[in-house]
Design a protein around this ligand. Structure first.
Ligand code: PXP
Length: 239
């Protein structure tokens, strides 16, 4: 049965829009944990468009569940991770102009940089995952560099894509999870999941943690964060 990691990034732009102190991402993380979040995910972007360094530091001190820090594979971010010491790190590709993380890492093409970052995090006692598309070549490359975990990008199997693309995306995820586990890696998953499309991923065996952000924060506007997480978690852990 998968666990639910709740990404709270999208609480912060509401605060930034007015330059005020509310809504506080730490309060959002607490409410998410109350609703059953097994972990809290945050993406400290290079442009700090969502969360800021002090948010992540305060969160680290306040959280009673594990923190998963999403970050680019840069020296500056490695230094921050080693200072903050989250339970997990997820290395993601990052482009300034993107609206959200657009795809998985090119692990095979960036082998030298990623292997070096993984080794530095590993030496610092931090388990890191690589955000990858469900592509056998990328999974093989991740296993070769001894990644402890991968997070499968599930964003290519949801609306507004046409039905045949969604079916193909789900088939690729199904075909990737088991081999990745067989290669000795923990398999997480995330991106683009909502109440109406979470089940095909949640019911897959071999998925450890499912990371969901935008749809939960959007739903929280109407029902509150604790309830929004409760609703999603019920679907994630349903047998
Ligand atoms: N996993 C990763 C690696 C991500 O970059 C994101 C988006 O920040 C998510 C999961 C969550 O995606 P969403 O906000 O679409 O649920």
């Amino acid at each position: 049965m998968a666990e639910l990691g709740v990404n709270i990034d999208h609480v912060a732009p509401l605060r930034q829009a007015r330059g005020v102190a509310y809504p506080d991402p730490i309060a959002a993380a607490r409410a998410a944990a109350e609703g059953g979040a097994d972990g809290i995910t945050v993406h400290l972007r290079e442009d700090r468009r969502h969360l800021r360094d002090d948010d992540v530091l305060r969160l680290r001190a306040a959280l009673r569940v594990g923190m998963n820090l999403e970050m680019a594979a840069t020296d500056a971010m490695v230094a921050i991770a080693l200072r903050i010491r989250p339970a997990h790190v997820c290395l993601v590709p990052e482009r300034r102009a993107e609206i959200t993380t657009e795809g998985g890492l090119d692990v095979a093409g960036q082998q030298r940089v990623l292997a070096d970052v993984l080794a530095r995090l590993r030496d610092g006692g931090i388990r890191a995952s690589l955000f990858v598309d469900p592509d056998p070549a990328q999974l093989d490359a991740a296993a070769t560099m001894r990644a402890a975990a991968v997070e499968l990008h599930t964003g290519r199997s949801c609306a507004p894509l046409p039905a045949d693309a969604i079916a193909a995306g789900l088939a690729a995820l199904r075909d990737a999870a088991e081999p990745a586990r067989a290669l000795g890696m923990i398999v997480n998953a995330g991106h683009g999941r909502r109440l109406d499309n979470v089940r095909p991923i949640a019911e897959r065996p071999h998925v450890d943690i499912l990371n969901i952000g935008h749809s939960i924060v959007a739903r929280a506007v109407f029902v509150g964060m604790t309830e929004a997480v409760r609703e999603m978690r019920a679907l994630v852990v349903a047998p």
